[in-house]
Design a protein around this ligand. Structure first.
Ligand SMILES: Cc1ncc(COP(=O)(O)O)c(C=O)c1O
Length: 393
């Protein structure tokens, strides 16, 4: 049962109240509510620049939050089923770095996937942790890495009982998840921490048809990019904590090793509002998002040479479950590379995909999509198939 009122947005409310007061600023930032950056203020409008402020008494301080930021973080923690939450303004990158920095001392072992994001690699450099790599499963037909097989995780943990933590990704960029519950159970029996990079899974907690989020599967910490699929502004993320094996204070100290002392309120306020939106309306919004992604798959899979992959992959190696809002489109059958289709989409159709690789393009379907945007994507891919399929560019 929720003990906080999830309708509330304490940080955003405090920002609006500050704005109303028309304070005369003799603090940084030096543009002083946008007055000193006129061209920018004229383009973006006054309220945005007036709220680009630094920490002050009425707006709390991200480095040691005790009032409105802390209240907003507590609401976020409850929303994700965690004991604690830390707002982040340097993306999930700093979340991943903090998880590893707070869990591992120099020379200690951490088990992680060979294809973990570069933030994990930088965390190894910063922490002096010793990596023990696990190979993810590879789908040869699609030419992409999937999740970590349960057998691989168990074998690696058995071979390295002295490892301090296991690091997992939930889900992969393309939507595959691993069996985190089972891995976490075994890891905890071996006194290992479970750290999860949920950069691409911020929305999953809020709809039953999506894979489970890591905190409800026993993770000790989890970094979540709300800015990717939860609706907040770019760079804003949240680090979630279970206090069973880790302390709030230590994790806060680890964040403050590398995070700015001048956190953006525009970013933090957007986390507050995005959390509220997800808790209050996420289920309905995500029902539409899932329906849109199913509609897109159905239309695309009727086209010769295109394979929009999805939940049928569940049960194949490295796919314990699948996030359908990731629309991976295999274009190998068109005789085109994913890179070429990615370029054609933007250059000829003004449609921006998330990424292209050798055989696939990836579209992220999220809170901001509509039937119209999906039709633009689908129609553009169909036009590319007709115009360029099986032909050399
Ligand atoms: C798997 C994964 N982890 C972590 C990150 C870093 O997240 P952010 O861009 O929020 O710093 C990314 C970014 O794309 C990612 O793909």
């Amino acid at each position: 049962m929720k003990k906080h009122d999830q309708h509330k947005t304490p940080l955003f409310d405090a920002m609006k109240a500050y704005h109303k007061r028309e304070v005369v600023p003799f603090d940084v930032p030096g543009h002083k509510h946008g007055v000193g950056l006129k061209e920018y203020r004229d383009y973006f409008g006054s309220p945005m620049l007036e709220l680009d402020v630094n920490s002050m008494k009425c707006l709390d301080n991200l480095c040691n939050p005790i009032s409105v930021i802390r209240e907003a973080e507590d609401l976020a923690a409850e929303a994700y089923g965690a004991d604690g939450a830390f707002f982040l303004v340097n993306g999930t990158t700093i979340g991943v770095q903090t998880m590893i920095l707070s869990a591992i001392k120099p020379g200690e072992k951490i088990i992680l996937p060979r294809n973990a994001h570069k933030s994990a690699t930088t965390a190894l450099i910063l922490s002096g942790a010793k990596p023990i790599y696990m190979q993810p499963e590879v789908n040869e037909n699609l030419g992409i890495a999937m999740g970590i097989g349960l057998d691989t995780a168990i074998k690696t943990m058995n071979e390295n009982p002295d490892a301090k933590a296991i690091f997992l990704v939930n889900p992969t960029y393309y939507g595959a998840t691993s069996d985190i519950s089972e891995i976490a159970k075994i890891a905890h029996e071996k006194d290992m921490l479970v750290l999860v990079d949920e950069a691409h899974g911020a929305h999953m907690r809020f709809h039953d048809a999506l894979p489970e989020c890591a905190m409800s599967q026993g993770a000790d910490m989890c970094a979540v990019s709300l800015h990717k699929t939860g609706g907040s502004l770019t760079q804003s993320s949240i680090l979630l904590l279970s206090e069973e094996r880790l302390s709030y204070k230590e994790v806060k100290t680890a964040i403050n090793l590398t995070q700015t002392t001048s956190a953006s309120y525009l970013l933090m306020g957007s986390l507050d509002v995005a959390r509220k939106q997800m808790v209050m309306d996420g289920s309905g919004i995500l029902t539409d998002v899932i329906e849109l992604s199913r509609y897109a798959r159905k239309k695309l899979n009727a086209i010769k040479g295109i394979y929009a992959f999805g939940k049928e992959l569940v049960g194949t190696p490295g796919v314990y479950n699948f996030d359908e809002t990731k629309l991976g489109v295999n274009v190998r059958g068109l005789g085109l590379s994913g890179f070429e289709v990615y370029d054609l989409l933007i250059d000829e159709f003004n449609v921006q995909a998330e990424l292209g690789d050798m055989y696939n393009v990836l579209a992220i379907i999220s809170v901001g999509d509509s039937k119209e945007s999906i039709d633009r994507l689908v129609d553009s891919l169909i036009a590319i198939a007709e115009k360029y399929g099986k032909k050399k560019l």
